[in-house]
Design a protein around this ligand. Sequence first.
Ligand SMILES: [Zn+2]
Length: 322
Amino acid sequence: MHVFYADHFILPLPAGHRFPMAKYGRLRERLAVECPQVRLGQALPASDGELALVHAPAYIQAVQAGTLSAAAQREIGFPWSPAMAERARRSVGATIQACRAAMSGEGLAANIAGGTHHSYADKGSGFCVFNDAAVAARLMQAEHARQQRARGPLKVAIVDLDVHQGNGTARIFAGDESVFTLSLHGEKNFPFRKEPSDLDVELPDGTADVAYLEALERALDELERRFEPGLVIYLAGADPHEGDRLGRLKLTFDGLEARDRRVMDWAWQRRLPLAFAMAGGYGTDMEVTVQVQMNTYRVALQYHARWTAATRGGERAAVTAA
Ligand SMILES: [Zn+2]
């Protein structure tokens, strides 16, 4: 399974900054050691043209040139630096590459970071500079239109299970029937002004495994009734975990693993390619966040193996038939 990373671009953050930047490197390290089936690849930077499928050219330029206002940098939550701009591009690139890999018959692939869903077309927010899932969705639609126009437009479901609402993504795709935005999130959590997604599920503080999984089941049912995707982009946030500093929910390791399995199984049953990004995770103990994410990869590898077996089986059947 292909997994793309850009964590070697280190953001210079002030001492005591609350963003756990080290979690990405730690996750990559553990994947390399514990999951030999994972093929780690360095993410390429998204181009201006790719970013402009979603983002305003003036905003792209301000991020590149370092001319974001102090207020804009505060809203993003990271001070501008050349590494910040480069990393933001590569994080989008990682989701693009994961989508391409998933759609080229692999079935599943991942971005080791990404899930930057608070980013709007013309501004960043909440540790999000560019919106990786939104740019990747638009680019996959463009590539699909070029290669397979006869099959109709590619429809993309963005399943956002980070504990925070996917406000930027919701706004970017508002009124767009080709992308379905689903967000399950804490009702009392950031962002405090939420944007309407195609389907929002608000969860009270303290929501635990059973209630969460029931809500997810209902949400997937409704998604299926209203939309027929050709690609799923999954934001597998680790921040609904009970050990998270910012999450306010009470999911256990088992509950989150069941969540990941449900989403990946849902996609597999429908043979929908799925690209996933890690989104948020702010464990009081960083290792807890990384463990939640490792569990996501373990589940993903099981479904990736099914895709591989099905593809091989399909090839064999085709050869026999010929
Ligand atoms: Zn989050």
